[in-house]
Structures are given as C-alpha cells and as structure tokens.
Design a protein around this ligand. Sequence first.
Ligand code: ZN
Length: 449
Amino acid sequence: MMPKKSGIAAALITALVVALPTASPAQDATLAIVGGRLIDGYGGPPIHDSVVLISGNRITAVGTQNDIEVPSGVAVIDADGRTVMPGLIDLHVHFDILGHGNYDHWFETYESRMRSDVLPTAARIMLNAGVTSVRDLGTDIDNAFWLREQINSGAMPGPRTFIAGPFLRKTVTSFVSPDFVDTWVVESPADGRRKVRQLAGMGVDVIKTQDEALSREELAAIYDEAHKHGLRVATHLFSQRALRTALEAGIGQWDTIEHIGAGSQPRYPDDIVNMIIEQQVAMAPTIIAEEGLRQIYLNPELVHDPAWGALMPADIYADIRGSYANVQRHPLFNRAVLHRESKMMKLRQLYQAGANFIVASDSGSRANPHHNAASREIHFLVKEVGLTPMEAIMAATRWAAVVLQKQNELGTITEGKLADIIVIDGDPLEYPGDLRHVIHVIKDGVQIR
Ligand SMILES: [Zn+2]
C-alpha cells in the first residue's frame, strides 16, 4: 500500500508544481466578473455562465464557471443574468458640446466653463454610459490635450481619449464660425504635409480633414503624410463629389469617412462603391447626429429624459432643454427629415456591398447627447442599415479598436487585453437597444460603476 500512496502523493505534488504557473492569474486576481453571458467581441457564440478574471488593469483569464475557479477574497461583480461585453468605443465624439441646439450661443456662453464644467461633464457621462474609449473629432486642441492628461493621470473620470486636434480645411466658412479657434487652413499640398507633421509632433492620434474645398492634390498630400506618420485619417464630407475626390486622393484602409451617406441621391455610383470596398475605408455614418432632431420632433419627451441632465450642472441642462422648444424650426430640421431615407438607402447599399462599418455617433452634437449617442447609433445601424446586432456591437468594439490601431489592447475580452468591460441589463444580441441599460463599467481594471 505504501508505495502506491506515495505514488499518489508524488503525482499530486507534480500536479501542483505543474499547476502553479497557470494558477497564478487566479492568485493575482483583483476583480472577477462572474456569471454573465459573455460577448467577447470576436463575433462567435456568447459564453454562458462566464468568468472574467482581472489583475490590475489586465484581463488574465476568460472562461466559464466550470473551468475557472474564482479565488476567495477577490472582489466579485455578480453578472448573473446579465450580458458582459467589451466597453463601447465611439470613434466620433465632441467633448466640448453637450447636445445643445445652437452652437453660436453655446460657445459664446460656455467657452469660459470648458475646463470647469463642460469637458468633465461629457467625459463623466460617456464613461457612465459604458463608452470606455472615444475619438474626439473637434475639441480645441489645448483643451483636448488637457482633458486627455486629466483622464490619463486619474484626476478625472472619463473614457480613454484619442484626439484629432484642429480641422484641416481649405477655407474658414460659415459652417464653422470665423473665430473658431481650431481650424487650420491648408494653402497647398506642401502646406498640408507640413501641418500634418506639426500635428503628429504635437501628439494627436488622428488627422481630421473637414472641407470639401480641399483639392485632390492637397488631400493626397495630407493622407500620404498622415499614413507615413502611422496616423489614420477621418475625413468629414457630405457631397458625392467630395467623396469621390477623397477616394481618388487615396483615403485608405481603416481611415474613416464621417457622415457617409449624406445627400439626397438614393444610390452611389458603382465606381464610388468599388473604391470604398477596394480601399477598405471604414464607414462612419453618424446616423443619430442627423436623426436626433427628428427624434425629438417625434417624441419631445426625449429632451426631458432625466438621464440627459443627470450628471451635468442644472443650469446647463435647463439651457439645453430650452434650445429644443421649437425643434421643427431648427435650421437643420428639414435636412434631417428630407434626406433621411436617401441616406439610409445609401448606407444599405454600402453594407450590402461589403463595406466596413464602425460606430461613430458625433456624440455631443445637436440633439445628440452623450448619455445614449453610441447605443442609439447602434440601434439605427441594426434597424435601418441591416447590420446584425453582433456586427453592430463589433463595429463599436473590435473594429473600432482596429481603427484606433489598439486592437492588441482594446475592443475584445481576452487574456492579456486591457480590462475595459461593461455589464448590461438585458440581451443586446436580441434587443440592441438594451445597450442603454448599463449596470457596471470597468475601465482599466477599475470598477467605475
Ligand atoms: Zn462631429
């Protein structure tokens, strides 16, 4: 009997020794999310009764309650009956506006309260809504860098922040007020290259062009210089002519076209669709940015939603609410209504042709408050464009991380990635609108909510 017993003991010791390295993630765990249905962001079937272990700011183990033991003493988030998924990534937000209907009034009134109220409010609301990474495409560059530093240093809660800095434009037009500080005028192709180099040196994460008057040569120079610096480009445009120019100028793989689908024509010509597919440009439809006004017209109670004002100074919310007293008189209301169906038709055309879609809500723009911009954009991508709920979720997680060039760190729930995770009340694969019901937010391994 003795030899056999010691044989078992030896085997146990060997098993323990062998098991030690794989046991260490559990031993180091600082947080466990236990029991939910996990959508990991890769598009495969969800994992039921899931366990996610986090150590510090990293995910260390992902599996089920059958194969992962939650070590005793670890802080546990009970996700039983909920959905666990990667934090949302919104590739088009504005920290410096909070959904007010009148930009002239807004900047006149709140320029002096940007750092004290506006930027922290936008950051807090988006993070609270489960948006753990954003790409800001408009905030004044000094304010944007300041905010990014505040968030990164932990001084202020907010999503991971990627910054475009100033719009590169050919002209300063009425679209942006003449004293708008964050427009840089491009004089020539060489000047475009110089300004991209300057922005790259300042530490921006993306280059934004915002002008249909930039020539093909100027755009080509801007795109080429941005790509040489490892930066992606976000190009804002509305007309079909400008879209063709941007494509011919070489807008490239996982660069984005902001507001794609705008305009009254119901279809894009084949050559434009073919270039979009061949160049693998990502589509950033910002549906809710144009749809927001119409939604308030259909349902004025949206402006009274307590969630809009919940995390912002009361006087600012009262001012925003007042700006929608007559929404059908808003200068952009008619466009929102008249161009709606033609935009959706073009987006469906692009989706059916196989174009890449990402979530870019234009969060903070008029009638488009931060507390539900990303979830509403996802809703319309499913309801109107035809993406499956899983595709729309991936457009806000895995593929958005690819656009940010952070796919090795963000966008999916897998061992080694940064722990940006949300817990949703409901089933967003069946009801994408459930993404509004965020129960828990974990960013960088820290439970925010
Ligand atoms: Zn925008």
